[in-house]
Design a protein around this ligand. Structure first.
Ligand SMILES: NC(=O)c1ccc[n+]([C@@H]2O[C@H](COP(=O)([O-])OP(=O)(O)OC[C@H]3O[C@@H](n4cnc5c(N)ncnc54)[C@H](OP(=O)(O)O)[C@@H]3O)[C@@H](O)[C@H]2O)c1
Length: 313
C-alpha cells in the first residue's frame, strides 16, 4: 500500500484519500447511507487511512457520517476537514476571519467527535483576509490543541506573492482540481509542490466520475445530481466527447495491466505528479476497492506518455 508523508508533518497517509463529498448525501444523486458507511469501513480495512471532508458538505452531514462510520476506530484515521465557505439563508460566501475560523472549528470538532483535527484546510480564500492573518489564527488553534497542522485549497498563481512573504511557509498541503480530464492547474501543482514545500492533493481526480469508464455520450443525471448542470463541464458538450477519448485509452491500459479503469486514471496522477495524495469520492465499498487497486502497481513510461498525449489541453 503506497503511502506519503505530508511535508513538514509526522502524518503518514495512504496516497489515496477517500473524498467525503458524497458522504454529505447531497448533490451526488441518490445515495444509500449504509453504503456510504460501508465504503468508509472498507477504505479503513484496506489500508486507506486518509479522509477528506468539509464543514459545508451536506451542511455538516459528511463530517457526521464519517464520525459514525469510523466509530471507535477514529484514531486509526487521519482526518482533514475544511472551513471558509459559509452557507447562510441560502447564500454562499467565503469567510477566513479569525472570528469565523474559531467558530467553525468548534462545529467540525463536535460533528467529527474529535478533540483535535489532524489537518485543517482553508477551503477557499475570502479575497480580503491576508494569508498571514489566516495563518496566525490557525497557529492559535494549534497552540490550543484543536488542530495539528493546516493547509490550503483552491489556490492559484495569484496566491504566490503572499506565500513568498513567509520565511517558512506554515501551510503543509494544498488541494486543487487535477486529473486527466482537467490539466489547467498543472503548472501551479508543480510550482506549489516544488517551491513552497507543500504536499499536493488532487480533487476531481476521476473528473467527477467520467474517468471511471462507466459513462457514455448519452449519460444523464437526475436534478439532485450536480453533474446535471452544465457547469460540471466534464459531462457536457465537446468536453464530454474529449473525455470519452481519454477513457478509451484508459480502457486499453486497464486491459494491459489487469486493473480497473478508475485505478489507471488515479495511477497516472500518482506517477506523473509524484508525492501527491489523490482524493477520490466514493459511494460504495466496490468503488473504494477498485480505486485502491491504484496503490499496488505503476504505469510504464510508454503508458504515461499515451495518456499525456490524449489528455493534453
Ligand atoms: N477543495 C475543494 O474545493 C474540493 C472540491 C471538490 C471535491 N473535493 C474533494 O475531493 C473529493 C473528490 O472529488 P469529487 O468527489 O468531486 O470527484 P471524483 O473523485 O473525481 O469523482 C467521484 C465520483 O466518481 C464516481 N466513482 C468513484 N469511484 C468510482 C469507481 N471505482 N467506479 C465508478 N465510479 C466511481 C462516484 O460517483 P458516481 O458513482 O455517482 O458516478 C463518485 O462520487 C470530494 O469528495 C472532496 O472530498 C474538494
Amino acid at each position: 500500500m503506497q503511502k506519503v508523508q505530508i511535508k513538514k508533518t509526522d502524518l503518514l497517509v495512504s496516497s489515496l484519500c477517500m473524498g467525503g463529498c458524497p458522504l454529505g448525501g447531497y448533490g451526488w444523486g441518490d445515495t444509500v447511507r449504509q453504503d456510504l458507511i460501508d465504503a468508509v469501513r472498507t477504505a479503513l480495512d484496506n489500508g486507506v487511512n486518509f479522509f477528506d471532508t468539509a464543514d459545508t458538505y451536506g451542511l455538516g452531514e459528511s463530517e457526521r457520517t464519517l464520525a459514525e462510520a469510523l466509530g471507535s476506530d477514529s484514531s486509526k484515521a487521519v482526518i482533514t476537514t475544511k472551513f471558509g465557505v459559509r452557507i447562510e439563508n441560502g447564500k454562499t460566501f467565503y469567510d477566513n476571519s479569525r472570528e469565523y475560523i474559531f467558530q467553525a472549528v468548534e462545529g467540525s470538532l463536535k460533528r467529527l467527535k474529535r478533540d483535535c483535527i489532524d489537518l485543517y484546510q482553508v477551503h477557499y480564500r475570502d479575497g480580503k483576509t491576508p494569508l498571514s492573518d489566516v495563518a496566525e489564527s490557525l497557529e492559535r488553534l494549534k497552540e490550543q490543541g484543536k488542530i495539528r497542522y493546516y493547509g490550503l485549497s483552491n489556490i492559484h498563481k495569484e496566491d504566490e506573492e503572499e506565500l513568498k512573504q513567509f520565511t517558512v511557509n506554515p501551510f503543509v498541503s494544498f488541494q486543487d482540481e487535477y486529473s486527466l480530464a482537467c490539466r489547467k492547474n498543472e503548472s501551479d501543482m508543480f510550482t506549489f509542490r516544488d517551491s513552497y514545500e507543500m504536499t499536493p492533493f488532487t480533487w476531481g481526480s476521476l473528473g467527477q466520475g467520467i474517468l471511471s469508464g462507466k459513462y457514455d455520450k448519452n449519460c444523464k443525471f437526475d436534478s439532485n445530481d450536480r453533474r446535471s448542470r452544465e457547469i460540471y463541464v466534464n459531462f457536457h458538450g465537446e468536453k464530454l466527447l474529449k473525455n470519452l477519448e481519454i477513457v478509451e485509452v484508459l480502457k486499453e491500459i486497464a486491459i494491459e495491466t489487469g486493473k480497473s479503469v478508475s485505478s489507471v486514471a488515479i495511477r497516472w496522477i500518482l506517477d506523473y505528479l509524484q508525492d501527491s495524495v489523490v482524493i477520490v469520492g466514493a459511494k460504495s465499498p466496490k468503488q473504494v476497492l477498485q480505486n485502491a487497486e491504484a496503490l499496488s502497481f505503476s504505469l510504464t513510461n510508454e503508458q504515461i506518455e499515451r495518456l499525456n498525449k490524449i489528455s493534453k489541453e
